[in-house]
Design a protein around this ligand. Structure first.
Ligand code: GLC
Length: 493
């Protein structure tokens, strides 16, 4: 069970008493800029619901709403050993998961550091590197088993169109990735070609999104889970909808309309048209300077990759206007993305009233000396940015719940922001309560967003297991051959 902590995040406003008037004025302007009130939350949810629908329609919309061909939930009796590969932003994780048939599992895993320049390197470098890591894992854990073919659940968490469970045509890179020659292509044959070149006996059985993995893995240990969400470097959600509610699948599949199918929403793209989200000048600058401007509007306001950058831009603006750090060199602060979300977390976590930990942080990282009032402003700013992110995130959860009529359920949540950013879960819970006008305490919220099971490990393995079972039973794992041909033709690849 999640610990929601105090009923309301503690307000530190009282401690601003000794802050001089000009800085107080700045704080109050920032509060106006970053606060999202209940009315606005409700308006965003209403628009979000219609955008989710649009994404499922034939015309489509900004939110991709990708059918993943995950059509089963685990029964808990799944058994067998599967490999899982998670291509996250900073690390590559390879796991072997043994499903024990009793809602339990064993896991052996290795982490491989992903060189930072690989995010913007070449496609060959990427796939060769991944194949090398998988090969190293097999050599360590399965020496002399070249004749055995291993089944892999590949967690590739970027928007990919899928015509079947084990492929994925990358629509566009997100989360700062920018590798040429992958967008518009199916990533599965690229990985399998690299595996063949290096003689690694692995087949991609399922290609999944981290959100789908999170939902399935959490449902495995807690059957009340009906949604999977990631609040990390990026931000996204998955849930189950029925084929009959997905007009864009019409004529492409041979499935009973009542079949449930997991949808990878890719909700990071919500409001790419910039109609409703309260974007500040800082958010706009981040978007303009990003490798993909006008994409991932929602994600750029709330995900971990951007929170530190928002804070950095505001601080720099205040420096440039002469409100803080007077007479000090701020060269180090000028480097884009030099503050990350963990920096913000540390600022919010400083337990001392005079914020000496914030003082040390700025001194050691940027060589900047701060006054106590400056630190109080910086802390309030971190609270505002973190709170806005949590409240807006809740809009996505509320929109899905509203769309499918969910009144009560658990939502499995993973990602560095959800797990490590102070007060994020309870701030989100508070927003959900306001959106739905729930009575009672946060602990009594009927929709509970709580820490998930390991989606890209256990979830990927479970989905691989479910896929094999489905194939053995003659079930479908994708579009019909003719549907696939027509769909791919429509993509104009
Ligand atoms: C980005 C990706 C999405 C992923 C999310 C969380 O939004 O596009 O696929 O689920 O980040 O990792």
């Amino acid at each position: 069970m999640v610990h929601l902590g105090p009923k309301k995040p503690p307000s530190r406003k009282g401690s601003l008493a000794d802050v001089p008037r000009d800085l107080l004025e700045q704080i109050s302007q920032l509060e106006k800029l970053f606060t999202v009130d209940t009315q606005k939350l409700k308006a965003i949810v209403a628009h979000f619901v219609s955008e989710l629908e649009k994404g499922l329609s034939k015309e489509g919309g900004s939110i991709p709403m990708i059918p993943t061909w995950v059509m089963d939930l685990p029964t808990g009796t799944e058994k067998g050993a599967f490999l899982a590969l998670d291509m996250g932003g900073t690390n590559l994780r390879v796991c072997e998961i043994t499903l024990l048939g009793n809602r339990d599992f064993d896991i052996v895993q290795s982490k491989y550091h992903m060189p930072p320049d690989m995010k913007t390197g070449t496609s060959e470098q990427l796939w060769d590197y991944i194949a090398d890591c998988l090969s190293a894992f097999l050599k360590a854990h399965h020496p002399n088993e070249e004749s055995h073919e291993f089944h892999l659940g590949f967690t590739f968490s970027y928007p990919c169109s899928q015509t079947k469970i084990n492929n994925g045509i990358l629509q566009r890179w997100t989360k700062g990735f920018d590798i040429d020659g992958v967008e518009g292509k199916d990533v599965q044959p690229m990985l399998e070609a690299a595996l063949q070149r290096k003689k690694v006996p692995i087949k991609v059985t399922a290609l999944i999104n981290d959100t789908t993995g999170t939902m399935v893995a959490s449902n495995y240990t807690d059957p009340e889970t009906q949604m999977g969400v990631i609040f990390g470097t990026g931000c996204n959600a998955a849930y189950f909808d029925y084929v009959k509610n997905i007009p864009k699948l019409e004529g492409l599949v041979d499935l009973d309309p009542e079949t449930p199918i997991a949808i990878n929403c890719e909700w990071g793209a919500f409001d790419n048209e910039h109609n409703i989200l309260p974007r500040t000048a800082y958010d706009i600058q981040i978007d303009n300077d990003s490798p993909r401007p006008n994409q991932q509007a929602f994600e750029k306001i709330i995900a971990g990759l951007y929170l530190g950058e928002i804070q950095r831009l505001v601080i720099l603006d205040l420096v440039n206007q002469g409100f803080i750090f007077e007479g000090q060199g701020v060269e180090n602060l000028k480097e884009a993305y030099s503050l990350d979300a963990s920096f913000l977390s540390q600022i919010e976590e400083d337990p001392f009233e005079n914020l000496t930990e914030v003082e040390d942080l700025f001194q050691s990282k940027f060589g900047i000396q701060t006054t106590e009032p400056e630190r109080k402003l910086i802390r309030r700013l971190a609270e505002l940015i973190g709170t806005r992110a949590a409240r807006l995130s809740a809009c996505g959860v509320a929109a899905i719940a509203q769309k499918i009529g969910l009144k009560k359920c658990h939502v499995g949540a993973d990602g560095s922001v959800f797990n490590k950013y102070p007060h994020f879960p309870e701030r989100g819970a508070q927003a959900l309560k306001e959106i739905f006008d729930w009575e009672g305490t946060l602990e009594e919220n009927p929709i509970k967003v709580q820490p998930a099971e390991d989606g890209s490990g256990v979830g990927a393995a479970l989905i691989a297991a479910l896929t094999l079972k489905r194939i053995q039973n003659g079930g479908s794992v994708g579009m019909t051959a003719d549907g696939e041909r027509r769909y791919l033709k429509g993509l104009n690849l």
